[in-house]
Design a protein around this ligand. Sequence first.
Ligand code: NAI
Length: 341
Amino acid sequence: PAAAAATARAQAQELGAQPTAAPSSGYAVAVLGASGGIGQPLSLLLKLTPGVRELRLYDVAPTAGVAADLSHIATPARVSAHSGPDALADALYGADLVVIPAGVPRKPGMTRDDLFNINAGIVRTLVEGVARFCPRAWLAIISNPVNSTVPIAAEVLKRAGAFNPGRLFGVTTLDVLRANTFAAEVLGLDPEAVSVPVIGGHAGATILPVLSAASPPVQLPDDRARALMARIQDAGTEVVKAKAGAGSATLSMAAAAARFAASCLRAMGGDSNVVECAYVASSLVSGLPYFASPLRLGPAGIAEFLPLPPMNGVERENLEAMRGELDASIKKGVDFVANPP
Ligand code: NAI
C-alpha cells in the first residue's frame, strides 16, 4: 500500500495537484457548535481543507452522527465527536485553532444584538474552556453579536491570564464575500477577481465596505454606491427574511469561516502572504478598542495591521457615524464579564 500511495502521489504531482499534508502533520481544529446550521457545513469544508490533521466536533447537542458521516470522506483529517460540557476538555486540549459558531441565530425582525442575552453566556463558557485547555490556540468567533462576543472572549481570556490579542478574531469574512459578490454583479466581473476591504464591525451600520478602495476599483455614481453599500450591510437580513423563521445565513457563513480558517492555517504554517479582514482588539487602527480591518497574518497570529484603506467623503462620514454604536456594543461585552447579570 505504501508503494501504491507513493505512485498515486507522484501521479497527482505530475497532474499539477498540490500534495496534501501527510496524516501525521497539520493542525488540530476544534469546531464548537458543530451540529448547528453553520457548524455542519463548516465541518464538512474543514474536513476537505489541507493542513487539518484533527477535526474535533463539539456541541451541547449530539455530534456522533455528523462525525461518523464526515469520517468517511477520504482526506487525512481525523474526525472526533465530543458532546456536552463534560466533553469540552477533550475537544479543546492542545487545539491549534478553535472556531466558535455556537449560539442562537436571528429570526425575522431580530437584530444581532437581540441575541446577546443567550449567546453572551455561551461564548463566555466556551472561551473559559479555551483559556483552560488550549490557551495558545487561535480563536475565531462567529457567534453573534460579534461586536460584543469578541470583547467578551477577550475579557474571559484576560482574567485567565491567557489573552493574546494577536490570536483572537471575530469572523467578518462573510461581509467580505458578500461585498465581493455584489460588487462583481454590479461590475459584471467574476466575484473571485474582486476584492473589497470591509472594516468596522459586524452589524448594520458598523459594517463598512470601502468600495472606493476595492480592487479593481468600483466607480459608481453616489446613489448606486449607497445602494450597493446598503445591500452589503443588510445582506444577513436578506437571508433571515428568505429563510422565514428557519434561521440566518449558514451555508455562505460556512464558506466564509472555512476560508478564514484555511488562511489561519496557512499563516501558522509560514505563508507570509496571508491577508484577511477580521474584527480584533486594537485601538491602533481606529481609536476604538476593537475594530475590523485588513490584517497580515503570520505564524504567531496577527503579523501586521495594514493601514485603513483610503476612503472617500461618504465612507469617512460612515466611519465616524458608526463609532457610537460600535463603542456601545464593545462596552456591553466588557460589562457582561465585569458585572455578570
Ligand atoms: P444553529 O442554531 O443552527 O446552531 C447553533 C449550534 O450551537 C447548535 O447546534 C446548538 O446546539 C449549539 N450550541 C448552543 N449552545 C451551545 C453551547 N453552550 N456549547 C456548544 N454548542 C452550543 O445556529 P447557526 O445558524 O449555526 O448560527 C450560529 C451563530 O452564528 C448565531 O449566533 C448566528 O447569529 C451566528 N452567525 C454569524 C455570522 C457572522 O458573519 N459572524 C453569520 C451568520 C450567523
